[in-house]
Design a protein around this ligand. Structure first.
Ligand SMILES: [Mg+2]
Length: 390
């Protein structure tokens, strides 16, 4: 079996979107002085879809959601020529070939994201060519079902947040992640607002369910040191990305500061990036995303690394490419889960582009032993609501 063609397309959403609300989530732009921009950079309304076809007629699907037009250009210009004519079963060789050939400018960010999309399509081909789901090629089923946590709870009106938490508690979720709306520039009033929001959600979900807290890189170390001790009484399971991804010493300092585990990794790349985080004890929960980190070939190695360091892997964003890794390793106790909503930040877009994404029931989801590959197909229902760039 040889790879015959590689096709990368960008799907840009032009349908209805839910407008951003005030301080719905802190983010890295908050430190700057143009507040109107901070939310506009926090939107992901495009996706790159990669289709790889073999000379035996198998088509594999991969995807990437970081800087989609740039990812497409990288696949078209640099990666496609490296894999066309090659045997997809040589996936380790192909992963190394893409990583090393782009090393001068790739390594982190969109270069690795583009490689991830190609690698995902390759694994989809492997599964389809032997009639097995990808998780069966990675070690198989390590859990009966995958527990998943409800991930949304953007900072809005506290009553609205409580109603949202109640709705999904009633649907059987036992773990919830909420977003902070305020950071350093909001001063002590923002600290008070952040604490109020955690208290409000805890009031609804109680202390026999898990609560996770998300900063999306919107704080700095000084601010985090001020607020972390005040958050301990709410017993969060983790606090996510308090500072920008490059401040590894900051992560390490905060991770050692209180009883609250610090999590991160959705903006980290490759085996080496995660080795650095683990060696420095910067995070207590690893949250790579398979469609950024280098694909399944790379994520599988990171799983082994985390197992050896006894650090749990709970990938960013859920989605099929991550679920196969979570199902096949004991190092991964659960998944993030974004339910399908109207298009807002853009995490929901996955459901509008692909069919096959599992739907959580009573806080768990499952993968089908009989669906080969990653289990995704392109959806036709919303096609007319995308601009598609060939
Ligand atoms: Mg996150």
């Amino acid at each position: 079996m040889k790879i015959k063609s590689v096709r990368a397309r960008v799907f840009e959403w032009k349908g209805k979107t839910v407008p951003p609300q005030g301080n719905f989530c802190s983010n890295a732009m908050d430190m700057l002085y143009a507040p109107q921009e901070t939310m506009s950079t926090f939107r992901f309304h495009g996706w790159t879809v990669v289709e790889i076809e073999t000379d035996t007629g198998v088509v594999g699907l991969g995807n990437v959601a970081l800087a989609p037009r740039i990812a497409k250009a990288i696949v078209d210009q640099y990666l496609a020529p490296l894999v066309i004519g090659q045997d997809p079963w040589d996936y380790e060789y192909l992963s190394q070939r893409m990583y090393r050939a782009t090393h001068a400018w790739g390594r982190k960010g969109v270069g690795m994201a583009a490689i991830s999309a190609v690698d995902l399509a390759i694994w989809d081909i492997l599964g389809k060519s032997v009639g097995k789901p990808v998780f069966k090629l990675l070690g198989g089923r390590t859990k009966e079902k995958i527990p998943c946590y409800y991930s949304k709870l953007y900072r809005t009106d506290l009553k609205a947040m409580q109603a949202e938490a109640k709705t999904f508690l009633d649907q059987g979720f036992r773990a919830f992640k909420m977003r902070f709306g305020y950071g350093p520039k909001h001063g002590q009033q923002g600290v008070v607002e952040n604490l109020k929001s955690v208290e409000a959600v805890r009031e609804v979900i109680g202390y026999d369910n898990d609560l996770m807290l998300e900063c999306y890189m919107g704080w700095n170390v000084e601010y985090a040191k001020r607020i972390l001790p005040k958050l301990e009484r709410f017993e969060p399971r983790w606090l996510e990305e308090p500072v920008i991804a490059d401040d590894i010493d900051g992560y390490a300092e905060l991770n050692a500061l209180t009883s609250i585990p610090i999590s991160g990794g959705e903006h980290e790349f490759t085996l080496y990036g995660f080795k650095q985080l683990l060696d420095r004890k910067a995070v207590s929960v690893v949250q790579y995303d398979t469609n950024r980190v280098g694909g399944i070939t790379m994520a599988h190695k990171i799983n082994a690394l985390c197992e050896a360091y006894s650090v749990p892997v709970i990938p960013h964003a859920g989605q099929m490419h991550n679920y196969h890794l979570t199902m096949s390793t004991l190092a991964s106790p659960m998944s993030e889960y974004f339910p399908m909503f109207d298009v807002e930040v853009g995490n929901e877009l996955f459901y509008y582009i692909f069919d096959g994404e599992p739907v959580a029931k009573d806080g768990f989801l499952d993968l089908d032993d009989n669906v080969p590959g990653l289990g995704l197909t392109l959806k036709t229902q919303y096609l007319n609501q995308f601009d598609i760039i060939e």
